[in-house]
Every structure is written in structure tokens, then in C-alpha cells.
Design a protein around this ligand. Structure first.
Ligand code: ZN
Length: 253
């Protein structure tokens, strides 16, 4: 299996969406059209790679086939991304908050993939030791109080409405006035990250950043395109299309 490649290209300085800015030009504002219209409730979202090809397969194997040894593999990628983000974060300890799963889904799966990946990333970040106290896992802070229906086929606005009220903060004490790094496996439209950041900030958190292993890109970068083409067979593609981000079966004829 070809190793997933980190993103390369030009990306929105807020949400991380691929942008077709002319390269080599100092255009000043590097936000995408959506972030220019309304800044999301987080400072910045970063991801290791494009949610495509082998990276998408690895995430699916962990989530839907419970191949737990893949958590450290994906955790290493997340750690690389967090290391690159770290110099831009404010001083002090950053609280790592994994996006929670609905309790019933977590019981079915046996684990929360976001938390497993976050734990694995933190192990990597403990070396070098200067990062040891820089990040601290704050699991169990956020609660997903209801299952959100499959988000597939929903518009950005519909996704946002679908998630309203789905998350709450159980105990605000560990996050009060603290800066947060929200961690998830995949960033799709940012609706989940935005809703979690909004709820965390309303509960008293400081600023929020977002780090994910993968993200969907409207303009795929060159490495993502070549990887998708080289690895995809028609069987592969129908399998990929048969499950959405929440693991629900989508109708595939
Ligand atoms: Zn953006």
C-alpha cells in the first residue's frame, strides 16, 4: 500500500480548504470565500492529508472494521500535523479534546476513533520531551447527546442545523479559559468542528484550533489525485461510496 502523502498546495489559512490562489503571488488575504464571509468559531483547522485513496481506506479500516493497530499509524500523521501547528499556538498547555461519538455508537464500535488517534498522537508528541507538557488530553469533556443522522447529501446549512444541540459540555472545569485543540479523524464541511468549538467556547473555553488526520478538498491537490487514480479500482470505488462519514450505508445500486 502506498503511504498516504501529506497535503501540498495552497490552502485557506482558516479552514484549510484547498484554494486556487495564484502561486508565487503575495495576495495578502489567504482565506477562502466562505471564511471571508463568516469566520468560523475556531481559529484554524489543519489536516494531514486528503480524505481520499489510501488515507480514506486506513480511516475506514479503523472505524468500520475495528483494525485498532491503525490508531498509532494515523496518530503519527496527526502528530506531524500538530507539530507543524505548534509554533503558532499560544504559550501554555493546550487541552486536546477529541470529538465524541454518540454513546450507543461508541458501544457498538468499542472505541471512539478520534480519542484513539489523539492518544496515539500524544504518545508521539511526548518525544521530544519539550512537548510533554505542551498538550494534555481532556477526554470526556464533550458529550454527543444525540445521534446525528447521516450527513450525506446535506447542504452546509442543513448539516449545521442537523448538528444543532447534538453536543454539550459535561463538566466545564477542565476547559475553563483554556486553549483547545479539537481532534477528529475527518474534517468534511467543518459543521461538526464548528458546532463543537461553539459549544466549548460558550462553556468558557479560550480559543479553539482543529486538527484532523484527513479532510475533504473541493480542489484535490496533485498528490491526492494521483494516489486516488493509482489505487482505485471500480470495486474499491463502489465500496467507498457505500459508506458515508458516519458509517451509515448509503444506497448504492
Ligand atoms: Zn476557509
Amino acid at each position: 500500500m502506498r503511504e498516504p502523502q501529506p497535503l501540498c498546495g495552497t490552502f485557506c489559512s482558516v479552514c484549510g480548504e484547498a484554494c486556487d490562489f495564484p502561486t508565487g503571488l503575495n495576495i495578502g488575504d489567504t482565506r477562502c470565500r466562505i471564511c471571508r464571509k463568516a469566520h468560523p468559531p475556531f481559529d484554524r483547522a489543519v489536516a494531514y492529508g486528503s480524505y481520499d485513496g489510501n488515507l480514506r481506506d486506513l480511516i475506514h479500516l479503523l472505524k468500520f472494521d475495528q483494525v485498532r493497530p491503525l490508531a498509532p499509524v494515523l496518530g503519527r500523521m496527526l502528530a506531524d500535523t500538530i507539530r507543524a501547528l505548534e509554533p503558532t499556538l499560544p504559550p501554555g498547555t493546550i487541552a486536546i479534546v477529541p470529538v465524541p461519538l454518540y454513546a450507543k455508537k461508541k458501544a457498538q464500535r468499542g472505541f471512539n476513533q478520534a480519542e484513539a488517534i489523539a492518544r496515539a498522537a500524544l504518545k508521539c508528541l511526548a518525544r521530544p520531551s519539550r512537548f510533554e507538557r505542551r498538550f494534555e488530553l481532556c477526554g470526556g469533556v464533550l458529550l454527543r447527546s444525540r445521534d446525528t443522522e447521516s450527513q450525506i447529501g446535506l447542504s452546509r446549512r442543513q448539516r449545521r442545523e442537523n448538528l444543532r444541540g447534538a453536543f454539550s459540555v459535561c463538566d466545564p472545569t477542565p476547559i475553563l479559559q483554556r486553549n483547545i485543540l479539537l481532534v477528529d479523524d475527518v474534517y468534511t464541511t467543518g459543521a461538526t468542528a464548528s458546532e463543537c468549538a461553539r459549544v466549548l467556547r460558550r462553556a468558557g473555553a479560550g480559543r479553539v484550533w482543529v486538527a484532523t488526520v484527513a479532510r475533504t478538498l473541493k480542489i484535490p491537490d496533485v498528490s491526492a489525485v494521483s494516489s486516488a487514480i493509482s489505487s482505485a479500482t471500480s470495486d474499491d470505488l463502489s465500496w467507498r461510496q457505500s459508506r458515508d462519514d458516519n458509517g451509515e450505508l448509503a444506497s448504492v445500486s
